[in-house]
Design a protein. Structure first.
Lengths: 312, 312
């Protein structure tokens, strides 16, 4: 029997995704009618969703088995009170690979002191600036979900000592795992470079603030490819100006694009990147969508379902 | 029987190396008299050597079995015509690890476009600049000796497509190996990022010149942690100015420290680092010295002997 999948994302996404999705549905033998809109919401079996897509009222879609987000972050989706159907986050292996590149690259930037080398005066030959070996540096991850753990492993492969904090204690062969308030203080206190990969929830708001920064190692650096509200920006700027922290790489902000008058842009210890740490990749994310719809059709549990009480 | 090992390197090196060496000689049961100078050259069995150490005339040391360099590069040693004894390069696992950090870090710098992100105007939100996945980028190594191969593996672990060129064809599970003139052109033509880790010999002088740059991919980047004379500097500057090449990270130069009026210092596409890509590390390099002297005492072949006809 043909199933109807409604694609509710901006038109540009349709242009790029539709051929990949149709090809993959055929390949795995799913009989799917992929549509951009419909007059009969009750006929829709699945919705492929982006928060900036056309459907904003999900109440009429009473027979939908799964809303599959194309975005990794679901804070906007969860603010939509009409969206009560099972919701899956996008966990895209291509996105994970891209994020791991970003995280490892910026870990190396701080580790090697590239900012110093880029800012010396001509002729200033600071050959006292060779980095310690990676095995003598500790990189901490706040957030070791699927994405965070993938990035932590990429960093560990290069020989760094890697710590990770999550709400519920995990175990891992290479990442030393912590949970709870004590564990949080441990990761803060040991990390030379701290990577923020937590979701944006009421509990993570201003996670990095004057109090938590005070618990960090002197001279530590912060990388934030997670979410802007994780950081109390005023507190971070104070810590950078006072040399408590040595640097920051920031990819996400409370307001995006980051306004031209924001002090981050010109701060000598900050590198701003324009929310490009990673993006959903067509080939790999289309495969995830098709896999999850296939699971719905064969009675298997959906992957990456959002836990609404946890907020991600 | 006690053997005499002469340590001919600057006094500061003696301060740092002597305790490590003595401890390790004891540990492996070698009966060694480690000295900073001697009145009886004929009594010396081994010399630990740095080109800037006190001994410059090696002719009197007729009974020396091995001169073990503390430096990876041996071009200065080979210019000393009195130094005819077997000579071993330093192949230090700590140095390899540090070099791999440097190479991977600067590969990531070019891969992620950090220079662009660091040079935009406040408010310029270039969110079209997410990098392709590492698997869609090719990194070529000119020089895959012990050090180059180690670095190539670190880069391959992150998912890049990795090529390597050496004088004699090697084979490897992850690095696609090339040799000869045809192979050289292949590596030049395929690499998005080219890493120079060849020794300084008459054959490698100006390896990167107008002709070889012309064979490179448009927009490729160069990383040189090898030796300064590998690059024809004028040709590189022309290629950067014409946008043939997108950037360069340079750690070594014909004259070091690099003079303040050198155009590299202020070139927007060049990052100068002050010959800190890697350095010999005490703990690990002392272990290499002790290993090689132990081999001499037990009749095993020495490691890392220099081939004088090849120049390294």
């Amino acid at each position: 029997m043909t199933k109807t999948v409604l694609f509710s994302a901006p038109a540009a996404s349709w242009e790029s995704y539709a051929p990949f999705l149709k090809n993959l549905f055929d390949k795995v033998g799913l009989n799917i009618n992929l549509v951009q809109d419909t007059n009969n919401p009750l006929n829709v079996d699945y919705i492929i969703y982006a928060p900036n897509g056309p459907v904003q009222d999900f109440a009429p879609y009473k027979n939908v088995k799964l809303i599959q987000s194309l975005w990794a972050g679901v804070e906007t989706a969860l603010q939509n009170k009409t969206l009560t159907q099972p919701l899956a986050r996008m966990v895209d292996p291509g996105m994970s690979a891209g994020m791991a590149d970003y995280v490892l690259g910026h870990v190396m930037r701080h580790h090697l002191g590239m900012a110093l080398h880029g800012s010396v005066q001509p002729g200033e030959w600071r050959n006292d600036t060779a980095a310690p070996l990676a095995c003598n540096r500790t990189v901490g991850f706040l957030g070791i979900g699927a994405l965070g753990m993938y990035c932590a492993h990429a960093v560990a492969k290069q020989g760094f000592n890697v710590l990770g904090w999550s709400r519920n204690l995990k175990s891992d062969d290479v990442v030393k795992c912590y949970a709870g308030a004590d564990g949080f203080a441990q990761v803060l206190g040991q990390s030379d470079i701290l990577v923020l990969l937590m979701p944006d929830t009421p509990e993570t708001l201003n996670l990095i603030n004057a109090d938590t920064i005070a618990q960090m190692k002197d001279g530590a650096a912060i990388i934030n490819p997670g979410r802007g509200p994780l950081i109390d920006d005023a507190a971070l700027l104070v810590a950078l100006d006072s040399d408590k922290l040595s640097g920051a790489t920031l990819d996400v902000f409370r307001i995006e694009p980051l306004p031209a008058d924001d002090p981050y842009w010109t701060h000598p210890k900050v590198l701003v990147t324009p929310h490009i740490a990673s993006e959903t990749r067509l080939e790999t994310s289309a495969a995830v969508v098709v896999e999850n719809i296939g699971r719905g059709e064969t009675g298997k549990p959906f992957l990456h379902l959002v836990d609404r009480s946890a907020g991600y």
